[in-house]
Design a protein around this ligand. Structure first.
Ligand code: PA5
Length: 475
């Protein structure tokens, strides 16, 4: 795709917050005066992000990823080409930030039944993201892939995450038993110098490795080799993805939240949270976008769910992300959104032009309940249902806004991803919390180490043994 200024503009991702305003929601909506109250907080958040962008020590290196990876992108494209030629399967082994981004891009930008397409149509290996350590899932993956024809991308910053390293142990054992050279079947994405994968690479005699940069945390890593290599293997245009991110970055330069879409979303959500809206529903009207909700859930929850401010004042902030899919969840959750407690903000992800239209043929002419559908397209139907749901929520006085993607492609996905990352950074700055750490996740990791007997965790093990469930309370 050759990006002219005109094309850029026509593919610009937009935020429509009509249905957050008192003009449409009455006293349940935000008045201009109320939003103006947050102007100063938004401005401060914007200044914080602008001043600290790129700083590794603050884990804000992700802001520069659209600009500083020319050599890495060239290397990734080269490696991806070889992988596409040589392997039948490409398996991502990783969890959290290492898995959700690759899954999101795979679903958004590839055929929805990619793995079931004939090889001639795929033009690349089958693709799997194995994040969970459900033993059944592992076994059943191994039932359908031949490890000797598979490339495993092991993604872990620490190389100490139990889930990922368990998977690595299993596949390296299987590869060795099959007489394969492990280092020819793995690519590591990890820390530049620290961490166990660096050690393992040396032991294996030099594994092809990519760096997960110092200032980039897991959930902000999709635009570094964590996401770029899997995407390139799938034939996704990673340069266009980065251009989309850079474009959104440019759009978000203003300190006025009414002119900066990411700052606008952060301000709307922050204002809503201050009003007790502790649930944020993300509802894409597109199967291609369904895993955006999973990726966003981690970004939003792990970044904002904190119990102290940067100055050490106790707080318990954050908003619970809920994943929904339009239209599917109109027939399950929307009843609650429309009539249940006023505790939510619904964000729709709407697509203006789907890559397929799927015309609906005429038929059943004597049944008006059915015949009216004929002559339309499925695109018209899904767009109508999206509009109808937003209307119904608005009528019921429920806060909702829409992020509009003119199309789903690399350029718009890059924009969307960067919009959410900036939104999260701004919202964290408004709360004055550390947006980029995850002590709550670390606590669970350490408890798992203790339970499985990792040296140095004896005290923790004792503590956990005492925390066993009390039979008096087991029914
Ligand atoms: O966002 C994060 O930092 C986490 O979700 C990590 O990505 C996840 O815990 C995996 O960690 P690691 O990359 O060290 O294996």
């Amino acid at each position: 795709m050759r990006l002219t200024d005109e094309l850029r503009k026509s593919l610009r991702v937009r935020v429509d917050y009509t249905n957050m305003t008192d003009k449409y929601l009455g006293d349940k909506g935000f008045s201009a005066k109320k939003l103006d109250y947050y102007k100063a907080a938004a401005k401060r958040a914007h200044a914080y992000v602008a001043e600290n962008r790129g700083k590794d020590e603050l884990f804000m290196g992700w802001t520069e990823l659209p600009y500083n990876q020319d050599a890495i992108v060239a290397d990734i494209l080269e490696t991806a080409k070889k992988i596409r030629k040589k392997f039948e399967n490409f398996v991502v082994l990783g969890i959290g930030g290492s898995a959700l981004g690759p899954s999101m891009m795979f679903t958004a930008l590839c055929h929805l039944h990619y793995n079931d397409l004939p090889k001639s149509k795929r033009k690349g290996p089958r693709f799997f993201v194995e994040d969970n350590v459900d033993p059944v899932r592992m076994k059943e993956l191994l039932d359908i892939i031949d490890v000797t024809k598979t490339c495993f991308n092991v993604i872990s910053k620490s190389g100490a995450t139990s889930e990922t390293m368990t998977q690595y142990l299993i596949i390296s054992d299987l590869l060795q038993k099959a007489g394969a050279d492990v280092k020819e079947h793995v690519v590591f994405t990890t820390d530049a110098s620290r961490g166990n994968l660096v050690k393992i690479s040396k032991e294996l005699g030099g594994v092809k490795s990519y760096v997960l940069p110092d200032g980039v945390g897991g959930r902000f890593s999709e635009l570094c080799p964590v996401g770029l290599l899997p995407a390139a293997v799938l034939g996704i245009d990673i340069k266009l993805l980065l251009k989309g991110a850079a474009y959104m970055d440019k759009i978000c330069k203003s300190a006025d939240f009414r002119k900066n879409p990411a700052l606008l979303c952060a301000t709307l959500q922050y204002a809503a949270m201050n009003d007790g809206k502790n649930i944020g529903v993300l509802m894409p009207y597109s199967d291609n976008l369904r895993y955006v909700s999973d990726w966003y859930a981690q970004l939003w929850a792990e970044s904002l769910g904190k119990n102290e401010t940067l100055s050490g004042t106790p707080c318990n902030v954050g908003q619970t992300p809920v994943k929904a899919l339009g239209v599917t969840d109109q027939h399950s959750q929307v009843q609650l959104y429309t009539e249940g407690p006023y505790d939510k903000v619904v964000t729709f992800l709407s697509v203006e032009s789907y890559k397929e239209k799927s015309p609906i043929p005429h038929g059943c002419e004597d049944i008006p309940d059915v015949s009216f559908l004929g002559g339309h397209t499925m695109e018209e139907l899904i767009r109508a249902e999206n509009k109808a749901t937003a209307y119904a929520l608005t009528k019921a006085g429920r806060l909702n806004y829409t992020i509009v993607l003119p199309e789903v492609n690399e350029f718009t996905m890059g924009q969307l991803l960067f919009l959410f990352e900036l939104q999260t950074a701004y919202a964290g700055a408004m709360f004055n919390i550390n947006t980029f750490n995850q002590p709550g996740v670390e606590a669970g990791k350490k408890a798992t180490f203790a339970l499985l007997g990792k040296p140095g965790y004896d005290e923790k093990k004792k503590e956990l043994d005492q925390a066993d469930s009390d039979p008096a309370y087991v029914v």
